[in-house]
Ligand binder design. Sequence first.
Ligand SMILES: [Zn+2]
Length: 498
Amino acid sequence: MTMNFLSLKEKFDKVKTAAMECLNIENFKESLKSKSSDLVNYIKTHKKNFAIGASVLIIFAGGLSYYESTQGYKVIFNGKEVGVVKNAEDFTKGLGMVQRELSSLYDTNIVFDEDVKYEKTTISKENVLTDATQCANAIYTTKIDLSAQSAVLVIDGQEVVKVASKEEAKEVMAAVVDKYVNLGANEKIVDKPVVKQDYQIIEKVVNLGEVKEFDAAVNYIMQGTDELQEYTVQNGDTSWDIAVNRGIRINELEQANQDKDITNLHSGDVIKLAVPKSYVDVDVTKEAIYNGSIDFGTTYTEDASIYVGKTKLVAAGVAGIKEVTALIKYSNGVEVSREVQKEVVVKEAINQVVAKGTKKLPAVYGTGRFIVPTTGRVSAINKAGSHAGSRAVDIANSIGTAIYAADAGKVVTVSYDSGYGKFIIINHGNGFSTRYAHLSSTGVSVGQTVSQGQRIAGMGSTGSSTGSHLHFEVMLNGTKQVITNYFTSLRVGISVSP
Ligand SMILES: [Zn+2]
């Protein structure tokens, strides 16, 4: 029969395939040995029986060339055919070899959980596993996975985490609840914590690679991930850069770092890059007892040495202390509501003491030395109209900015006209008076005496005005004076204040 002879190339290919097969098996054994240390630790700490499951089946496909009419057994391992043996014991021995190798590798007892079936068949030379070693290699080539009876936490119908046992699953949930409850000193639970989601624990054989360690399982439930993504701020980083470079919205970054001011980051700060998404919502109501502050009030006295309209702090106030009992509701550790039940004063607050001046203002005071009557930016000095010849200054700021008396004196005019709008004139004696125009409000009345720096009005834009500002004039004997003679450093554009 011509079919008995293999061509040289076919022989070469067979040898090469066999060599590669061996190489793959060795690689696979190596990869088993170098599997993550987590898995090895897990197996060592849990010391139970681990099952070896076969997930992929490789059968030698060739063998058309030469048949020898011999009886043997087709091996069905894990429901699948892995090869053909002459003697069933070869395969049993092969299984034993794999079992011993893996048990020694992982330092624990590993058992086969699978049925092995042998079917009588006629065999050809090419696909026969001739001894125990070949059988063991065939088992390795099925890409062995270690699996074990584990517990799965199912939350709202979704398999969320797998852990070693039912007990561990219960402890994991308890730890999650405990972390969210996070009971501090002087706190107690009023209503038992409630997990809002339906959850259950089921037992199932799962691939060991999917089983999580305790802490990782707790983190996973609380954050939706084993490890929070964090970033250490580098010199020159802004929260905007960090967000944009990672495709995160700035408000997400804010939400993820509620304990930090992300607009003010420093090199070395560690920030979270993702908002943790918990698989559960844990609600709890706690009763908390804590110290609160009591604001102090003000007691006024009179002081004849201080002018009317001025005050002086005589004694500083001291805040009091109260013991507060409150019911606080939390959802996943974040306060949702707070209801104060009881307040007990521990220490009364002590009022501050403020002296009010009673000293009469002098009737005639004017010295010609004025203070700048408000705070703002100088927007005009010399311009046509009422400013011609630098006879007024405009100081711009927002509506309501305080206007102060430029010197002590007596209010002689509180009026309105279409040009000046609301305006005040104060007579300072010695022929001096000052005008304050475009006011939004006035706080003094005609005949009232005022001290230098006393608040008299609010800035506005009444009358002929295009924006909120104070129009200020100094007059001597009724004539508007060159303003820069009195305020020598005034320049358009500078900021001024009293
Ligand atoms: Zn003006």
